[in-house]
Ligand binder design. Structure first.
Ligand code: AMP
Length: 279
């Protein structure tokens, strides 16, 4: 069922709570793909009721980013949710989420200043604010986030801990296409040639993991190799970062250990792609 009004969603939440139902929640920006669907399936498995939100959150986009052209297809998304047995699709308007005079934000310090935070100022503040609002409206027992956006997952977990929000935030595995490309709504922007260049990203990450498994302990060797593989592609315009970080603090590592995360952000043509792999 499609719910557009915050008031209606809150009413449903209240009723479900009264009935003692557990609520699983999957926040998305829509244009759903197998990555989102995997989160929905985890939620369906664990909870009585599954709520998916579709909201392209304006305040997490920078001035020169892709808010206006972000892919949207509500009809298709609702159909996918129906097929997957989602109970409620929450689709609020930006006007209702951020009415005139809105002036309260949630900001996690520290880990938001690293990786993507260096390049997208204000992004995580937009993410934590909208997720806090959605948590208040949907009141989920469990919320599902993909490891595709690894830093986002860690930031949300930190927010929930720091603010004593009663939601279990569950990280779910990153889903890839058969050829390795990490699924993302933004892949729609890629031309066939760009897509071919973008494949170097996952190839480089697989290589990083292989180097670690063969005994490499020096992060700079791994980083250099990842950069070499990605930059060898003609349509790679810019590598924003390649880093090997601690899986919780997201601080750079001096010596590689199992569980460390190799994270990258790359512009292929005008499309910014992120990806990561756990060693
Ligand atoms: P988005 O619609 O891109 O904001 O993503 C909504 C949720 O889906 C986030 O928790 C993402 O981390 C997750 N997600 C996006 N792509 C993938 C993927 N390839 N594998 C797993 N989760 C994903």
């Amino acid at each position: 069922m499609l719910i557009r009004k915050i008031k209606d969603m809150k009413q449903i939440t209240k009723r479900l709570k009264k009935e003692g139902k557990t609520i699983g929640f999957v926040p998305t920006m829509g244009y759903l793909h197998e990555g989102h669907i995997s989160l929905i399936r985890y939620s369906k498995k664990d909870n009585d009721i599954t709520v998916v939100s579709i909201f392209v959150n304006p305040i997490q986009f920078g001035k020169n980013e892709d808010l206006d052209r972000y892919p949207r297809d509500l009809e298709r998304d609702v159909e996918i949710c129906g097929k997957e047995g989602v109970d409620y699709v929450f689709y609020p308007s930006a006007d209702e989420m951020y009415p005139e005079g809105f002036s309260t934000y949630v900001e996690v310090e520290g880990i938001t200043q690293r990786l993507c935070g260096t390049f997208r100022s204000g992004h995580f503040k937009g993410v934590t604010t909208v997720v806090a609002k959605l948590f208040n409206i949907v009141q989920p027992d469990k919320a599902y986030f993909g490891e595709k956006d690894y830093q986002q997952l860690k930031v949300i977990q930190k927010m929930v801990r720091d603010l004593n929000i009663d939601v279990e935030v569950i990280g779910c595995p990153l889903i890839r296409e058969k050829d390795g490309l990490a699924l993302s709504s933004r892949n729609k922007y890629l031309t066939p040639e760009e897509r071919k260049s973008a494949l170097s990203i996952s190839r480089a990450l697989f290589r990083a993991k292989q180097m670690f498994e063969s005994g490499e302990k020096d992060p700079s060797k791994v980083i250099d190799e990842v950069k070499r593989i990605i930059s060898s592609q003609p349509l790679v315009k810019e590598i924003q970062y390649v880093e090997v970080v601690d899986p919780e603090e997201l601080t750079p590592k001096k010596k590689l250990e199992k569980g460390d995360v190799v994270a990258v952000a790359v512009f292929v043509g005008n499309t910014r792609l992120i990806d990561n792999i756990k060693l």
